[in-house]
Design a protein around this ligand. Sequence first.
Ligand code: SF4
Length: 187
Amino acid sequence: MIDKIKSYNDVKTSVTNCHLCKLCNSRNNAVPGRGSLDAKILFVGEAPGKNEDKWGLPFIGFAGKLLEDALKKSGMERDNVYITNVVKCRPPNNRVPDKNEIDTCLHYLKKEIQIISPTIVCILGATALQSILNLKNMRLYHGKTITHNNIKYFVTYHPAATIYNNDLKELFFKEINLVVDMTKEKL
Ligand code: SF4
């Protein structure tokens, strides 16, 4: 089945109809990634939340607004990036997705990266960091660029983690600016 996914629309259709893990039982809508198919930055968060589950769209709540603000401040419109999550269905009560759910869903993210082929993949938060690069310490890796299997990654905090912490929010804005600047170097 995975080999049949060749385009963004294939990803969207497969995710929307996916029943490969138990998260399909509690979701209202699966949430495929969304954004520019020519994006130079592909952002990856943890999982859809309540609003995302309701509308089937990624990063439309408060965390999404923060990311949008940080992008705008760096001179980048949200429409010019691609935004997705490690798992595409909301875990009940916003719990962290478990290993089986992540391992089962990760092939969709791999396809998204392959199809969009961004200059850089921006990892948002600890769950994405561990799921994609098998690294654990956000404090150690945030603000860093890591190349793995010929894909360039940049690590920063999940915007939701910065909502009640002004210092972290400032750092998040700085790091989004950094990653946007990296893509401008390539223009
Ligand atoms: S989380 Fe991923 S693997 Fe699980 S049902 Fe949703 S789309 Fe399928």
